[in-house]
Design a protein. Structure first.
Length: 121
């Protein structure tokens, strides 16, 4: 394992044994761990890249409350909508591109927006 990545060299007759459920679960858990670290780094980049903006104020990262329980908004911000009016902005950071991921993120964002509306608006 070099640089946080694992490389497998597998002969064609060994592919089937390699892709058994017991191995795939381990592979996926490692991918999630790596992506999570990369997502945190990307969150921090978004924060630092937007520090000098007057129309966007990033409140915090990994925001939660008692009602959200284990769910966390990656970034919570205030976005200027008019001269002296700001609205909440939820930013979810995901590295990847798949239809399943897009659907999951849309559901997450809908949930967070509903939560903010119910609690603060």
């Amino acid at each position: 394992m070099a640089g946080g990545y694992v490389l497998f060299v597998v002969k064609s007759d060994q592919l089937h044994p390699l892709f058994q459920k017991k191995h795939l679960g381990e592979f996926c858990s490692r991918i999630k761990a790596i992506n999570n670290g990369e997502e945190i780094t990307f969150e921090q980049m978004i924060i630092t890249d937007n520090m000098d903006r007057e129309d966007l104020i990033i409140i915090d990262r990994q925001v939660t409350d008692e009602q959200l329980r284990l769910k966390r908004m990656d970034l919570l911000a205030l976005k200027q909508v008019e001269a002296r009016k700001f609205g909440f902005l939820v930013i979810e950071v995901k590295l990847g591109n798949s239809p399943e991921l897009r659907e999951k993120v849309a559901e997450q964002l809908d949930f967070y927006v509903s939560h903010i509306r119910n609690q603060f608006i």
